[in-house]
Write a protein that binds this ligand. Sequence first.
Ligand code: HEC
Length: 180
Amino acid sequence: MNRLFKYLVESTALVACSLASAQEWQPGTDYTVKEIMNAMVQPATDILWNPSPDFDDMGNPLLPTDEEGLNRLRWAAINLGASATAMNAPDQLVDVPGTPAPDETVLSADEMNALKQQQYGTWVAFSRQLELLAAEYEAAIEAGDSEAFGWSDGALGSKMNNICTACHTVFWCPNAPAPY
Ligand code: HEC
């Protein structure tokens, strides 16, 4: 009986503790930008950057022709376009407050959260570029345009890479080359 009582007291204290921090950030409902990057942006780009293991003689990926394969690409493009909205709320946090920077090349959560507030217009402009790019991917999928999926200058693969790196350089790692 005593042990059960002790357990109840301890778990009540734990609940009280998590409620206090939940006033600033609600895990599971207030998605951070970091969560959107891992859950939406990166999986979508993995598919759009590597739409097929096979290439034509020009080095362009051979796009799938079956509905299942095409839907996989379409849904990746939709995921990318929707991620722009999912990372755009004015008061949305980039990462959980108090999270330290893993090393000196990147900003801490508090620095990134403040920077996003200060330069919100720039933030929205970058995410809008992702949204427009997703629409270009959708058009290329419908047109069966495999060249657009290549990496030559102006092709969507390199365009996407430039957008990711540009935003990362401003908001994540201004002191070092961005890893993505
Ligand atoms: C509007 C700005 C913006 C755009 C555009 C953007 N990112 Fe990010 N991304 C960030 C910020 C800020 C972080 C740092 C978040 C963190 O790790 O705390 C980040 C972090 C990441 C991470 C690391 C997540 C982690 O667990 O640390 C990955 C992976 C990533 N981005 C992929 C991409 C890719 C791929 C693209 C392009 C398709 C992209 N991002 C476009 C702002 C952006």
